[in-house]
Each structure stands twice: as C-alpha cells, then as structure tokens.
Design a protein around this ligand. Sequence first.
Ligand code: ARG
Length: 332
Amino acid sequence: MPTSHAPAPKSHEPAPPDPATGTAVAAYPTGPTGTGPASPLGPADGTTLPGGTTLRATVDALPAPRRTARPRRFLMCPPAHFDVRYAINPWMSGDAPVDSVRAARQWEALAAAYRAHGHTVETVAPEPDLPDMVFAANAALCLHGKVFGSSFHAPERRPESAAYEKWFAADGHAVRRPESSCEGEGDLVPVGGLILAGTGFRTSRAAHAELQEFFGVPTIALHLTDPYFYHLDTALFALDDENVAYHPEAFSAGSRQVLERLFPRAVHATRDDAMAFGLNSVSDGRHVFVAPQATGLIDRLAQEGYVPVPVDLSEFHKAGGGIKCCTQEIRS
Ligand code: ARG
C-alpha cells in the first residue's frame, strides 16, 4: 500500500488486480500521494517548451493524481418487491426471470460496500406492487438540501413519487413535485456547479426549465438517442466535482460537442462497457462503485487514479438498472 497523508480508509481498499484474469480492480498505488491538483491543466495544452516538447505531452506523462473521497449519504430501497412485470425500456424483456434471492444478496452487497467505504446508507420502505421502486435514483434530485421530486413518465411508476415524498418529509425535506415528466437522478447529474440534464426518453425539456428555476443552478440539456441508454445515468456519471465518464454515441451530435467542451478530459466508455452498465456507477471522488462486467472502463478508471470497487447487480440489469439506479444521493 502507498504511504499517504490522507486519513486511513474506513475499510480495505480493493485488492490489486489479478494479473491472470485482469478482472479485478485495484488501488493502483503507483501515483503520487496527495500532491498536485486533481484538475487537468487544459489551458496549457499545446504550449511548446524550449527543446520542442509540448506541455500537454509532459502533463500526460505524469502519473494520475491521488483522488480524494468525500463521504456521502445515500438513500436505497430494499428489493423486497423488485421484479420485471411490465416493459418500459428495452432491457425489460422478461426473458430471464428475476432471481429474488440473488437480487437481495446483490443489493445487500452494494449497501455493504458503501458502508465499508465510509458512506451512510438510509433506506425507504419498499411498497408492494411497485417493482421498480428499488431504483431510488429516480425518486428525486436532492441538492443543497432542497428536493426536486419526480413525475414518472410511465403510469406504472407514478405511485412511487408519493412513497418517496413520505420518506423525504420524515427526513425534514419538503419536496417540489415537477409539473412535467422528470425522473430524478436518472436524468439529472449535478457536477461542478452545473446540472447535466438528460432528455429524449423520460425527462422533458420543460422539466429542465422548472429545475433550473427551482435550484438556480445552470442546467445543461443533453439529448439521449439510443433506447438502451434511456436515462442519462446509463450513459454518464460524475467522477468528482470536475470530471465525468460517458459513452459519446449515446448522445446527439450537438450534445456530444457540449460534453467535449465542458469535459475535455472526460473518460470515454465503449458501447460494450456502457451495455454492461459500467456508466451506471457511483463515485465518491476516489472509489468508483462499478459493474465488474465493464472491464475496459475499470482499467481506464484505474489508470486515472480512481479506485474501482466492483459490485455485481446483474439481477437488476434485467429491469434496465444498475448501481446508480439503486442509489439516491442526499446532498445537504
Ligand atoms: N425499470 C426501470 C425503468 O425503466 C429502471 C430504472 C433505472 N433507473 C435509473 N436511474 N436509470 O424506469
């Protein structure tokens, strides 16, 4: 393990990768410890030094910076009633029935992984007849202690809004329910003083406007074009307050350009990694809770100095969900 001035991790860092399989995941303890800015040195790109090297090349040659975790508060819904009973996205074919015992085990492993890395996990009581209620991310966007709730696109999911509003009320939060279709963190990703807001399948442009008015935070519309990536959180996640990982082909040409401008050093994921729910990940700034099937992305994240923590939620993939979908972040 590296020597570090950072506080000791609450639990073990993941084991180094198995050189035989390459599947695992690593602390990659090769980077500097606690030195240097985490941010890219974008503006210096292309500057030529005496001798002919460009500064960009010099920067790229540096090891990845040591990333810093910030403890989070998460809301999750136990999968007691999780099932695939209707089809509102292309993943929900119902071909493979949900194994509820396995789903419960996988969900517990995710909650345990969060806790082991110093995060708080709260739970909301699951309600019968709401098989998608387990996807807590869709319930709201909670930012600066204010809660913008959900108005689900599909009638089958609409009763979930009230169930979550009850939890937020008990937690001391009034919830503003959007007037038009809006599916919470499924489509709304806060990063670095902006809210990235997906549209095209679920959340409407009208909801983006309402949201911007509610939070007073600049809201950037991103158009999703591939039905397999029907929510923004299936195609993009925030690595920290400065950077994101995403799959460019999930977006319209204009939205891709917007992402390029905003995040020139983003981590790009392949379609295979995105189809493995690799972008439905949760990052605390250092640890990235990620689908183990997204092997290419896991390697890229490790190269960038993040610590991938693989958690398999394959039962939830049958409903079109993964790690992030099961996780609502409560930001005070
Ligand atoms: N079956 C659910 C739906 O289609 C899955 C939701 C996944 N949640 C997410 N945040 N992407 O609505």
